[in-house]
Structures are given as structure tokens and as C-alpha cells.
Design a protein around this ligand. Structure first.
Ligand SMILES: Nc1nc2c(ncn2[C@@H]2O[C@H](COP(=O)(O)OP(=O)(O)OP(=O)(O)O)[C@@H](O)[C@H]2O)c(=O)[nH]1
Ligand SMILES: [Zn+2]
Length: 185
């Protein structure tokens, strides 16, 4: 893993520090507060270009990212922005999955139709980055209970739900997340 220098990133949510972690040609990002509490708030956010940057209403990613940056600015912690677009299938395949969803498949069925598992993400980089920060215990911002138990050397002492308002375009997506992927919504 290659580690960049630390830079300052002023945002509309607050002034953060950023640092990049590069592994297997993937350039991940840690966005963190100057002061890190003993047990920091951590958001492990998987890239969603459509939701994070384009304001897509098909998912809840953009609002979740905003909620995380706001909360972490207040309480102290880190947003880990992981470059695993489309739950690990990549942007090109996610667009094909969206095209299948236009035809009535849900988010899980669309992945399967394309020959992928529902969730192809790899969170192993998280332990390496948190180790670099000397962090062993975290308060995790997530609705996904599986993430609480995904780490060997990190203790999740609290799960903080990431609350976002649903809209008519992501209603079915959120329903599928709850029913098929186990999210607490
Ligand atoms: N393949 C695919 N990926 C999607 C779709 N919608 C969103 N994503 C990706 O899903 C990832 C976000 O995962 P989520 O299921 O929202 O959340 P999570 O990380 O499991 O759980 P939270 O911590 O509660 O957000 C991002 O990488 C998005 O690009 C979709 O319809 N198909
Ligand atoms: Zn999204």
C-alpha cells in the first residue's frame, strides 16, 4: 500500500484533512477531522459516482455521504472513501445493471443476470488504513449490520444508523436492500 502526504480539504461540511491510500491501482481516500477522538466515528463509503457526484435519486449514497461528512465533522472521525463502484462490479457494469433495472429487475437480480454476485466488495483495505491511524475501536456509521462483523482486528463498539429520506425513485431499491441484503432501514 502506498500512502500520500496529508492535505487540507475545506468542504461545505467543515475543514477536513485528506490522505490517499493506493493499492492494486485503486486510489482510496481518507477524509478526516484534525482531532480524532479515542473511539472515532467511521464511515466506510463505497464509491457511487452517480449518487455521490451526479445527484442520482436511484440510491441513497449521495445523502449518506453528506450525512457522514456532517456527522463526522461534528464528532470527529474518518470517512473512508473506497473505490469499489457498484458494490465492486465497476461503473460500466453498474450502468448495464441499471439498464436491466429499467426493465423491471431489482438491484440483486440485475447483478445476477450479468453474472455477478449481489455484493462483490472487498473491505480488507479498511483494516490496513485504520491500523495506519492506530485505530482499534470505532463507532461505525452504517445501516448494514454485516459491516459490524467484517473486521478481525477492529472492534465496532457502536453502530450509528445513517438516516436519509427515501424518494419515489429509490423506494424499491431500499426495499430490496432491506429484504435481500439485510440492511436495517
Ligand atoms: N451493482 C449495483 N451497485 C449499486 C447499485 N446501487 C448502488 N450501488 C452501489 O452500492 C454501493 C453502496 O452500497 P450500499 O448497499 O448503499 O451500502 P452499504 O455500504 O452496504 O451499507 P451502508 O453502510 O448502510 O451504506 C456503492 O458502491 C454503489 O455504487 C445497483 O443498483 N447495482
Ligand atoms: Zn449509489
Amino acid at each position: 500500500m502506498k500512502i500520500s502526504d496529508i492535505a487540507t480539504l475545506p468542504t461545505k461540511y467543515g475543514i477536513f484533512k485528506i490522505q490517499s491510500f493506493k493499492e492494486n491501482d485503486k486510489e482510496h481516500l481518507a477524509i478526516f477531522t484534525e482531532k480524532l477522538p479515542e473511539i472515532p466515528y467511521i464511515r466506510i463509503h463505497s464509491e457511487c459516482l452517480t449518487g455521490d457526484a451526479l445527484g442520482s435519486l436511484k440510491c441513497d449514497c449521495g445523502d449518506q455521504l453528506a450525512f457522514a461528512l456532517k456527522t463526522i465533522n461534528e464528532h470527529g472521525g474518518i470517512v473512508l472513501y473506497l473505490r469499489q463502484e457498484g458494490r465492486g462490479i465497476g461503473l460500466f457494469n453498474k450502468v448495464n445493471a441499471y439498464a436491466l433495472q429499467d426493465k423491471g429487475l431489482d438491484t440483486v437480480e440485475a447483478n445476477h443476470q450479468l453474472g455477478f454476485e449481489a455484493d462483490m466488495r472487498d473491505f480488507s483495505i479498511v483494516e490496513k488504513i485504520l491500523k495506519h491511524f492506530g485505530i482499534k475501536q470505532i463507532k461505525l456509521l452504517t445501516n448494514n449490520p454485516k459491516k459490524e462483523f467484517a473486521f478481525k482486528n477492529i472492534k465496532v463498539v457502536e453502530r450509528i444508523p445513517v438516516k436519509v429520506e427515501p424518494n419515489p425513485y429509490n423506494e424499491n431499491y431500499l426495499k430490496t436492500k432491506k429484504e435481500k441484503l439485510g440492511h436495517k432501514l
